[in-house]
Design a protein around this ligand. Structure first.
Ligand code: IMP
Length: 179
C-alpha cells in the first residue's frame, strides 16, 4: 500500500498537531454551547475520532453519508445523501466535519440543507482544503492544512475505497489511477 504513494503531504505527527490546534480553537469558540458535530462519512472517520478527543466541551456526534464521487478521482458535482441524520438539527449549532473541501459542491449543498432544516448556525471544520479545485465560492471556517491540486489518499481519504487506513495523507501515484 505504501508503495503506491508518491509523496507524503501531511505526516501522522502533523495530523495530531492539527487535531490539537483545531480542537482548542473549537473549544474556545463554542465555549458555553453544546454543538452538534456532524461527520460526513466515510472520509471523516479518523479525523472526527481524533479531533473530538481534543474538544473540551459537551458535544454530540452524528453522521451522514454523502457521495459526490462515483468512483474515480473527480467529483461529479451531483451530491447524493446515502444515509441521513437520525436526529433533528433545528436550533442546533452544527459543526460539519469533513476530510477535504475540493470543489465545495458537497459542503455547500449540505450547509443549504442544514439551514433549511433550521440549524441555528452551521460551520465547517476540514482536515484538508484544496482551494484550487473550487467550483463554488466557499471558505471553510476551520482548516487543518491547505494542499495543492493533487489527488490525495489516506487518513480517511480513498481511491475506489482503498487507502483510507493509511495513517498519513499522501499523493497517490498517477499510474495507480491511469492504469
Ligand atoms: P467536493 O464536493 O469536491 O468539495 O469534494 C468533497 C469530497 O470529495 C470529499 O469529502 C472527498 O470524499 C472527495 N475528495 C475530494 N478531493 C479528494 C482527493 O484528493 N482524494 C480523495 N477524495 C477526495
Amino acid at each position: 500500500m505504501h508503495n503506491d504513494i508518491a509523496e507524503i503531504l501531511v505526516s501522522e505527527s502533523q495530523i495530531q498537531e492539527i487535531c490539537q490546534t483545531l480542537g482548542a480553537r473549537l473549544s474556545k469558540d463554542y465555549a458555553g454551547k453544546q454543538p452538534l458535530f456532524v461527520g460526513l462519512l466515510k472520509g471523516c472517520m479518523p479525523f472526527m475520532s481524533d479531533l473530538s478527543k481534543h474538544v473540551d466541551l459537551k458535544i454530540e456526534l452524528a453522521y451522514m453519508s454523502v457521495s459526490s464521487y462515483h468512483g474515480g478521482i473527480s467529483s461529479s458535482g451531483d451530491v447524493k445523501i446515502k444515509m441521513d441524520l437520525d436526529i433533528s438539527i433545528k436550533g442546533r449549532d452544527v459543526v460539519i466535519v469533513e476530510d477535504i473541501v475540493d470543489t465545495a459542491s458537497t459542503i455547500v449543498t449540505i450547509i443549504e440543507l442544514f439551514k433549511h432544516r433550521g440549524a441555528s448556525s452551521v460551520k465547517t471544520v476540514t482536515l484538508l482544503d484544496k482551494p484550487e479545485g473550487r467550483k463554488r465560492p466557499y471558505q471553510p471556517e476551520y482548516v487543518g492544512y491547505v494542499i495543492p491540486k493533487a489527488f490525495v489518499v489516506g487518513y480517511g481519504l480513498d481511491y475506489n475505497e482503498y487507502y483510507r487506513n493509511l495513517p498519513y495523507v499522501g499523493i497517490l501515484k498517477p499510474e495507480i489511477y491511469n492504469s
